[in-house]
Design a protein around this ligand. Structure first.
Ligand code: DGY
Length: 323
């Protein structure tokens, strides 16, 4: 019997690509070139499974391609706001994702950004590299304390809770969180976490605000000019969720005007073409969407896709079905 045809849109860790090659008639993207909507449509017409990543847009216009052969989008990533899941559902196209395995690495990057922003790490690095550092002095790059400060988490899923554990147990931070329903009592007790009823209640109390909600229409520009203005002038905003949760222009204005002290960003509106205003600012730490980028995590994400494909082709229940 011939092997199922599987299309991989970007380069994956070698160990996972090797397994894919053993199991399937697979087309890999050896050069890691970003593909076009036209190429995705062709892939949907020619392959049984297509495996996109978080940077590959699958809007309805692509999903609704005629003569589709593909039955499953095995997404390499936990977020799926780049896929029109309503269109996929309507078309009977299965979508899976990779939850669980990138929790700690993404929370680590959120803490990295929190520390970089608080302690002006990126600025210090630039100063040294530019050979402008003239030596220690009492007032150079003075920054914000992390230990004992208050962390406000917008969204309180797996990644936010992992960040809260690191922040509370590692840095003695007080934890506030925003979630539609209270978190499990054991988690609340462990973190001594306090739930806020609204974002308006959380923002003025937090020294660091970290975003952990899904992207998409419901959260677009959740952090707008009005909400940024509710943050303390000494506070920092951390975003490892999705770029469109923050209104870039308003954040740039707040950082410029000093209505907040700093920001640490791993995700952007219109990635990788972030708003050029960010590049002019000293008080923002910028990372290139590194949340899950450890060797072990990226390999585990690939393994998750493999598990979803295996279940699909064996007509078994899918471990991580989105629709
Ligand atoms: C995801 O999986 O959604 C991250 O943004 C990339 O790892």
């Amino acid at each position: 019997m011939s092997k199922p045809k599987v299309f991989i849109t970007r380069k994956w860790p070698a160990a996972v690509e090797a397994k894919l090659s053993q199991l399937y008639d697979v087309t890999l993207n050896e050069t890691d070139r970003p593909l076009t909507a036209k190429e995705f449509k062709t892939a949907l017409q020619q392959y049984d499974a297509v495996c996109p990543t978080v940077c590959d847009a699958f809007p309805a216009e692509v999903i609704n391609v005629e003569n589709r052969r593909c039955k499953i989008l095995g997404n390499f990533g936990v977020g799926y706001n780049h896929i029109d899941v309503a269109a996929a559902k309507q078309q009977g196209l299965i979508v899976t994702n990779t939850p669980g395995v990138l929790t700690e690495s993404t929370a680590d990057i959120a803490m990295t950004l929190l520390l970089m922003s608080a302690r002006r790490g990126a600025e210090g690095d630039r100063l040294v590299r530019a050979k402008k550092w003239t030596g220690w002095c009492p007032t150079q790059l003075m920054s914000s304390d992390v230990t004992g400060a208050t962390l406000g988490l917008i969204g309180f899923g797996r990644i936010a809770q992992a960040m809260a554990r690191k922040a509370h147990h590692g840095f003695g931070m007080k934890i506030l969180y925003l979630k539609p329903s209270p978190a499990e009592q054991a988690i609340v007790d462990d973190l001594q976490a306090v739930r806020c009823d609204s974002i308006e209640e959380l923002l003025p109390q937090a020294d660091f605000v970290s975003l952990h909600c899904p992207g998409g229409a419901a959260t677009k520009h959740l952090m707008n000019a009005e909400r940024l203005a509710l943050m303390k002038p000494t506070a920092h905003l951390i975003n490892t969720a999705r770029g469109d949760v923050v209104d870039s222009q308003s954040l740039i204005e707040a950082l410029k005007a000093g209505t907040i002290r700093g920001a640490g960003l791993d995700v952007y509106e219109n990635e990788p073409n972030l708003h050029p205003g960010f590049l002019q600012l000293e008080n923002v730490a910028l990372l290139p969407h590194l949340g899950s980028a450890t060797i072990a995590t990226r390999t585990a994400m690939g393994e998750k896709v493999l598990a979803n494909l295996a279940a699909f082709f064996a007509s078994e229940a899918l471990p991580d079905r989105v629709v």
